[in-house]
Design a protein around this ligand. Sequence first.
Ligand code: GLA
Length: 620
Amino acid sequence: MVNKKSYFTFSCIAVFFFCCAHQVEALENGLAKTPPMGWNSWNIFHENINENQIKGIADAMVSSGMKDAGYIYLNLDDNWMATSRDANGKLRADPTRFPGGMKALGDYIHSKGLKFGIYGDRGLRTCHHYHTGPVGSGSGSFGKEQLDANTFAEWGVDYLKYDNCDPSPGSNMRQDYERMRDALANCGRDIVFSICAWEFQPWMPAAGNLWRTTGDITDKWSSSGFFHGIIECIDKNATLATHAKPGAWNDPDMLQIGNGGCTTEEYRTHMSMWCIMASPLIAGNDIRNMSQTIKDILLNREVIAVNQDPAGIQGTRVKASNGLEVWCKPLGSVNGTTKAVALLNRNGSAQSITVNFSDIGLSGTVSIRDLWAKSDKGSFSGSYSMMVPSHGTGMLKITSGPAEPISAFTKIEAENFSLQSGIQTETCSEGGENIGYIQNADYVVYNNVDFGDGAESFIARVSCGSNGGTIEILLDSLTGHLAGSYSVTTTGGWQTWIDVTCTIARITGKHDLYLRFTGTDQYLMNINWFHFDSGIVGTKQRAVTVRKGDFKTETRNGAITITPLKHNRYSMSVFGSDGRLITIRDNMVDKVSVPVKSRGIYVIKLSCEGHVETKKVSVY
Ligand code: GLA
């Protein structure tokens, strides 16, 4: 196994090396861990924006369901500002179109539970002012980066799109963007930094959370020149996949979905491909008036979940011939068992597209869900074909392994997850693998776990070389029912294993099981395996004797006594009612007495030659 100490040593050496080489790999400002989602004014309104219209958009983001689906940023684009600055040299809102000013507009946006995005420029004037405005209007931030960043912070800005027009003579693009990056870092507010310089440059991941990889998108399937069609944006952005990761995204420009220049199938391709490529989803239509067809595209949560997958891997084209393409975005981790697949038809007529599972790193039987049809297709092996309309895209979620449920009562190897958020697997000292490198807010998902008539306790083999953290046992989603939780504390080492258990609110039937981890240390715990138990034997009595095979358990005089009824070697763990391990004894043959300090309910786990009994006793 990779021992954590040597991992840290390696990290320190690596950090030292990279610092000395003056290379920072990514911005790491902690923001935009998944591709930003929101709305921007440019594609539909261009320079014609005003306060009431934007407030109406804020209202519609809530009432249309956009906000609930994850579209959280409301971003003003070019021309929100007056053509001149105020007496103190500060940017100010256009007094006619935004009479209430930007702070009040930001407050309104925040009051709707949304975040406030704004637009700026690294040169002397913004693009619109450069093309139409008076010379020297000063709407660009060149040389005034800190003043402008501070002004944005005062207004409650959460996101800055920073454009590339009218550079100051002799200025340097990289330095201009880096000055604004540093100004934002010093402005006292978390502000996502969106670089808009129309093509990728290698320094960008260390300067921004996202960077435009293309000229401006236009509302067409195909277009050449500075204005790119959907298909040109896809092709250009596709070449840069290796640069994308949580907090750092390739941006093939904002969505044109719903603006009328493309067919429904083309808009479906627009959405599918932005999701497969982990691209920012910034809607650009008039969401105050959306048809049901457009809503169904923008608000398909299963497709959005592909985009927002926490692993943040940009999908790539794995096969292309005769205008028919197969794209794959691994979900959860690069080598995990779940993949999102897009089947893109660039041709003028409907065609059948086949995905070979070997091309997406899966083997054996897989189960398939069609994300646009929102239906399970069943189990397949080898390959799967579907008819895709002209300029359309099929979206599939393909998971290896049969769709049959896993029993909650048999040992589930922790590494057999369907999805995870950033943890890793490693060789376990007990054989096989365990999950590790678990950080705060990480999670693992096990699909279709069958709890039968009822599970009432959770048992896990864990290790922990830090102060530990909490395992939350959730059903069906990260916001689903919390059945119970267990706080793991140190076991003395990252490969020192103990079994822990806790009671949970009874779970019955089949569920996707989510284990989510919280804690403040860098790494929280490792897990080798876990399972559930159908209740705990014994009831609340003064002294409980339980016979269920191999052991007798009694409580007397402040001690729990365990008597083996057969003379085989056994091991025993005693837990408090909060699930904390009190003692663990291995390799025993005879009766044992465990003194307990306080009254309460204790859980005893006994194992002997593979047979495990769990007993619950009450000490008065
Ligand atoms: C540039 C950007 C666009 C938009 C306009 C506004 O062209 O690339 O996205 O912000 O400026 O003028």
